[in-house]
Ligand binder design. Structure first.
Ligand code: ADP
Length: 399
């Protein structure tokens, strides 16, 4: 039985999942929150059982100790289900990491060197890698990068029209994100449709609190909406997505905003939250349908931007075979899916209203039988994709 431990280490949280790979079954999962604060929160799930406790977690080493304690006390015992490898999510792999990579000291140094490109993420991801390597010394650790799937993008899509020397010196280009999800979902869509992955053209709409679109041509990302950082592209829960950069000059010159304040404004106080007062699409939709003008405007802007990217990607792919929805909004919001795909019959996209409104577990099709472009809802599973890639990188057999 091959078991993989998947770790997603953020600046103040550690998420983990223990996955048995022969049947791709989650044995246990958990979350250590508020690392570095006086009172941390530790959640562990094993089968039907969920436990929760409050305890101080001073750093990532202590977070891993809390995780080990969870396995020891609440199961499964790591002696009975020992992981053969640990898979780590890392946000930014730059132009250095094109595939899942077995960690050694040089890889750690390279991830550290990429911190300036993802200051909010890579440092925290690396802290998790280091802490996990101290705990699990005798098994391989593999880093799986959010950017790796997008390294196939052509230069025409990944270069900004910025001064060439400046862009090169400071490594400014489009790296994209959510790559693990875009790969998992486009591959699952191909399998569901019974089509070879290397022949299918798919637009993936990963719409959660963070959101991005990706054009996948025969298993290769050829365009994606997030940029050098996750701020570019679609309107998100709290991020602006695309905005004229001159707005920043204006706010700096006229209102005295500092760089840090602009960062905070665009990343945390904008998007649906900034437009409507809440970043939860359920609330925004309910309010909009009840006649709230700000919510209605927010939803309009949100949907408009998604249609803009969908149109662009249908052209980039010279027509698509499938559109695949995932993420908390993409998998659940009947209203957003309906509004984004409205009036696209001329493009071969025909949504089936009844199928769209149905609640179904797992992958399901929501287009009509006549629709040339098949529209699917594909629950994403980034942890499983990380576990698969981890096992592949180590060469350890699945069984
Ligand atoms: P993250 O980017 O943090 O991983 P998720 O993919 O979990 O986010 O998506 C979270 C979002 O999904 C929430 O902000 C909420 O707006 C949206 N969501 C969840 N369930 C529904 C639903 N039934 N209808 C509409 N939106 C939903």
């Amino acid at each position: 039985m091959s078991v993989v431990l998947v770790v997603n280490s953020g600046s103040s949280s550690l998420k983990y999942q223990l996955i048995e790979m022969a049947q791709e079954r989650t044995l246990a999962s958990g979350l250590v929150e508020r690392i570095g604060e006086a009172s941390g929160n530790v959640v562990h799930r094993h089968g039907e059982e969920k436990t929760e406790r409050a305890v101080e977690i001073v750093d990532h080493d202590v977070a891993f100790e809390a995780m080990l304690e969870n396995f020891a006390q609440h199961g499964p015992s790591l002696e009975e289900a020992p992981p053969v490898a640990v898979g780590h999510r890392v946000v930014q792999g730059g132009r250095r990491f094109f595939e899942p990579t077995i960690v050694d000291d040089a890889v750690e140094r390279d991830i550290e060197e990429l911190i300036p490109l993802a200051p909010l993420h890579n440092g925290a991801n690396l802290a998790g890698v280091r802490a996990a390597r101290r705990v699990f010394r005798s098994i391989p650790h593999v880093t799986v990068f959010d950017t790796a799937f997008h390294t196939t993008m052509p230069d025409s899509a990944s270069y900004y029209a910025l001064d060439h020397d400046v862009a090169t010196k400071y490594r400014v280009r489009k790296y994209g994100a959510h790559g693990t999800s875009h790969k998992f979902v486009s591959e699952a869509a191909a399998a569901h449709l019974g089509r070879p992955y290397d022949q299918l053209r798919t637009v993936v709409l990963h719409i959660g609190n963070g959101a991005s679109a990706c054009a996948v041509d025969g298993g290769r990302s050829v365009e994606t909406s997030m940029g050098m950082t996750p701020l570019e592209g679609l309107v998100m829960g709290t991020r602006t997505g695309d905005i004229d950069p001159a707005v920043l000059f204006h706010l700096h010159r006229k209102a005295g905003y500092s760089v840090d304040q602009l960062d905070e404004l665009l990343n945390r106080k904008s998007g649906l939250l900034g437009l409507t007062g809440t970043n939860d699409v359920r609330d925004v939709t309910e309010r909009a349908l009840a006649g709230d003008q700000r919510a209605a405007l927010g939803l309009d802007v949100y949907v408009h931007r998604m249609r803009h990217y969908l149109g662009a990607y249908l052209v980039a792919l010279a027509g698509a075979d499938a559109i695949a929805w995932c993420g908390g909004v993409g998998e659940n919001s009947v209203e957003v899916r309906r509004r984004v795909l409205e009036g696209m019959e001329w493009l071969g996209v025909e949504l089936d209203e009844a199928r769209n409104a149905e609640r179904v577990e797992g992958i399901h099709e929501i287009s009509t039988d006549a629709s040339r472009v098949r529209v699917l809802v594909v629950p994403t599973d980034e942890e499983l994709e990380i576990a698969r890639q981890t096992l592949q990188a180590t060469g350890i057999a699945v069984g």
